[in-house]
Design a protein around this ligand. Structure first.
Ligand code: TEU
Length: 552
């Protein structure tokens, strides 16, 4: 059992714009986060992951950075950040920042220089190519719609942007770019931060041939030529040697294209690259011909298979990250449950009883749900708005059906303000929120749930306490049970070093489910359950979204 603080931590993800506003401008900020540190401490959080707070024109809500060593004034000042960091540390809470270095903002000084002329000293900080027969250099599409290349008349060339045209990709082949990034990371570590979540870090190495991709909808799929690219592990090992290895920090890579097979290279126990990676296998379940834009519910058996594969596949080789959602995904209770508090409690018990580091997305500890916005004017997210325009414009989906898809899958579902109490705007702001508050805040809010021992909040709190006091729930091996059961995700967790043995059963359906407790767990102690009764034994019926943890 190779114990590490980041393996035993509970990470809480904060989307600063939506967490807590302190100055009435309708946008969350650093002083707002600082005002909620005691709430986070009470929940049992050990690490905060702050989504980007560095300076940005906010084309993609901060994932387009224009100055890596300055705080975005809408979130506060560097002094506010220093105060947040100090007060978090005083409470034993670490702070991990979001490192967005696959691309910058087009308003970053490097890009402003780079586009001036072909012989500018910053030209090769980015990826510039001449057009082909009056068209883009290849047929790749961008994640936020359109071609992945933007024509720049000043030098009659195109630059690559895998996301929005205001997010030009950095050229990691250029050693000067790597020096700039590594020096910036060192600067933040010397300020005392405790790690980085690394945005689309599996995409920084591109196949230098830049060939066309297979046609996929309106454009070619460039993914095979920049996901898990040719020099990715070389770059990450250089980052580790020159920066990461010098500090007691944690790192998690956001890695589209990570698999159980390649995760041990990204996040191997040898510590040569990163500590963990975020897989995308489960969040892609149910995607259709238009990717995430579908009204299809997920297939539970596929979810069970994927989660089990990651649990057994990384055991002893790498360390899992565990998450149901984040700022790019629908709300967990809506995506994987039925919006009910009961389903949210089941998800809490499941998430916090698997092997890996759990990541709780802001508000999921309250059982917050999708907003299910009905009108396009309620949406803010560039991905959602561009997809609506592009897909309906191309006649690939009707406007009504796209609105249904947005209501289920838009990233804005997870970006509505955290619901603190039942006062106007859920206590998030005294001003006008930048995005509407979910009207169900009168029932789902922290103030009410902190007082209610049976609330989703208190289930998360109980389960976090239970996990921290039972190392077997953190480090124990995973063994899937009832593999063919179409409703229940059940598994053993076993830690030989301490002799701990647990059985966890989670009914992922809104119907009764048959399940048989293994004989060796007859009479085992129930540590937690979301229905008020004693430990089950033998052939049982799990009630809708029932979940429990038994220890023998
Ligand atoms: O997301 C990476 C990514 O792959 C996204 O396209 C994500 O899969 C998609 O939005 C799901 O629908 C990261 C950040 O998490 C995201 O917020 C940024 O928009 C993106 O990179 C660009 O920086």
């Amino acid at each position: 059992m190779d114990r590490k603080w980041w393996k035993e931590s509970i990470v809480y993800q904060i989307y600063p714009s939506s967490f807590q506003d302190s100055d009435g401008d309708g946008i969350g900020d650093l002083n707002g986060i600082r005002s909620r540190l005691d709430y986070l401490k009470d929940l049992g959080v050990n690490v905060l992951w702050l989504c980007p707070i560095m300076d940005s024109p906010m084309d993609d809500n901060g994932y387009d950075i224009s100055n890596y060593r300055a705080i975005n004034p809408r979130f506060g000042t560097m002094e506010d950040f220093d105060a947040l960091l100090a007060e978090a540390h005083q409470r034993g809470i670490r702070i991990v920042m979001d490192l967005v270095v696959n691309h910058t903002s087009d308003e970053h000084p490097w890009f402003i220089e780079s586009r001036k002329s072909v012989d500018n000293s910053y030209r090769d900080y980015y990826i510039w190519k001449p057009g082909k027969d009056g068209h883009e250099p290849n047929n790749w599409g961008a994640s936020f719609g359109g071609s992945a290349w933007k024509y720049d008349p000043q030098t009659d060339m195109y630059y690559l942007h895998l996301f929005s045209p205001k997010q030009p990709d950095l050229n990691w082949e250029n050693p000067k770019v790597r020096d700039e990034v590594f020096n910036m990371m060192t600067w933040w570590f010397d300020k005392g931060i405790d790690g980085f979540r690394m945005d689309v870090i599996s995409m920084i190495s591109k196949d230098q041939r830049f060939p066309d991709g297979e046609k996929h909808g309106l454009y070619g799929n460039g993914g095979p030529y920049y996901v898990n690219g040719p020099r990715i592990h070389e770059f990450l090992q250089e980052m580790n040697q020159r920066v990461l290895s010098k500090y007691d920090i944690m790192t998690v890579g956001e890695t589209p294209g990570a698999t159980v097979e390649n995760a041990p290279q990204y996040a191997g126990l040898d510590g040569k690259e990163l500590n963990m990676v975020f897989p995308f296998d489960h969040v892609g379940i149910g995607d259709g011909p238009l990717g995430k834009w579908t009204t299809q519910r997920y297939d539970f058996m596929q979810l069970k298979k994927i989660l089990s594969h990651w649990q057994t596949g990384l055991d002893g080789k790498a360390w899992n990250s565990l998450f149901w959602g984040n700022h790019d995904q629908p709300r967990a209770a809506s995506r994987w449950g039925d919006d009910s508090p009961l389903s949210a409690k089941m998800l809490a018990i499941c998430l916090l009883s698997l092997q890996g580091t759990p990541y709780i997305y802001e508000g999921d500890e309250l059982g917050m749900t999708n907003a299910y916005f009905k009108d396009l004017s309620q949406y803010r997210d560039i991905e959602s708005l561009n997809a609506f325009k592009e897909l309906t414009g191309a006649g690939l989906i009707s406007a009504d059906e796209m609105m249904e898809c947005l209501a289920l899958r838009s990233r804005d579902n997870a970006r509505t303000p955290v619901q603190w109490d039942d006062s106007p705007n859920a206590g998030f702001t005294t001003g006008t929120p930048w995005i509407e508050v979910n009207p169900n805040y009168t029932a789902i809010n922290a103030a009410a749930e902190e007082k209610d021992p049976d609330s989703v909040f208190n289930y998360y709190k109980q389960m976090i306490t239970l996990r921290k006091s039972h190392l077997g729930l953190i480090y124990g091996s995973f063994q899937l049970l009832a593999e063919e059961n179409p409703q229940v995700f059940a598994y053993r967790r076993t830690l030989a070093e301490t002799g701990e043995n647990y059985l966890i059963a989670c009914n992922f359906s809104d119907k009764d489910a048959a399940f048989t407790i293994p004989a060796d767990f007859a009479g085992a102690r129930r540590l937690i359950g979301n229905y008020p009764d004693t430990a089950p034994t033998g052939a049982v019926t799990l009630r809708p979204y029932e979940a429990f943890v038994l220890q023998k």
